[in-house]
Design a protein around this ligand. Sequence first.
Ligand SMILES: [Zn+2]
Length: 176
Amino acid sequence: MVLFNDFGAVFCAIKSLNSTIDPGRIHRSLPENCPSLQLNPKRMSFLQKGSKSYSIFYLKCPRCHEGEMFETGSWSFKKSFDMLERCPKCDLNYYPEPGYYYGSMFISYIWTGWFCLLFMGVFFWGLGFSQNTAWALLIAFMIINFVYIFRISRLMWININVRYDAHAIEKQNQPK
Ligand SMILES: [Zn+2]
């Protein structure tokens, strides 16, 4: 897709060069002529508001992508595992039912398993570290990021069930 967009951009640039030669097209501006350039913002959408990965990695409310899910920073030792009850911005209930987050443990097993394999692969086979060093690095990495891993697993879980709603905060603030 990225490659396609690049080709599209080059194609449009050439087209606009032609249009400067053709007096009939001279006033048309480049962005309007080029649908592929208008597609370009999608390239960056992976970590932008509105995508699930934004909510997961920035630990934001899955509905409004504004409110925090946790009170403290991910690398602080205070209240590391305490989640807020509701979204402070759109009032989404973070605990729809008791034991809701048991499922997030399975999610974290699955993705941390794959992550460990990848990590070992990169350091052991890719970069030629000894097996012991690669293990030590992996364990150190997991300890340092333990709280963050716990948190993004919960975010992944709640993001399965909750969709982004761009107007969630407005709806919440409307008089009932
Ligand atoms: Zn919210």
